[in-house]
Write a protein that binds this ligand. Structure first.
Ligand SMILES: [Ca+2]
Length: 114
């Protein structure tokens, strides 16, 4: 299987288990930070929600992670994946996707056979 297809499976599985593909989902964490959008990106490290202190490593407002346009969400998620933990940054990925058979996630996408 092409590496890009394998990566797509991992990301789809992660996004489903984090947000059920809900782009405007906000989760409030015990430390006062928020997890935002389809990839549940946390405000402590990655975006600014104007309420908690943040490193804002993606240089964006958390509200931009709640729009139906997920291009900027993907750019931010790509930065998170570059870190040593990789996809392991997402708890739901570790719980539901890591080491699982993910072939269902690209079924019907018509990729890989051409
Ligand atoms: Ca967005």
């Amino acid at each position: 299987m092409a590496p890009s297809l394998r990566a797509a499976q991992q990301r789809l599985c992660m996004a489903f288990h984090e947000s059920r593909f809900n782009t405007d989902m906000v989760d409030h964490e015990a430390d006062g930070s928020t997890d935002n959008g389809i990839f549940q990106i946390n405000s402590r490290q990655w975006c600014d929600d104007y309420r908690s202190s943040t490193r804002n490593l993606c240089h964006m407002h958390c509200s931009d992670l709640l729009t139906s346009n997920i291009n900027d969400d993907i750019v931010c998620a790509m930065q998170i994946v570059q870190k040593p933990r990789g996809m392991g940054a997402w708890l739901a990925w570790r719980k539901h996707c890591e080491g699982h058979d993910l072939s269902q996630w690209v079924e019907g996408c018509n990729v890989g056979s051409r």
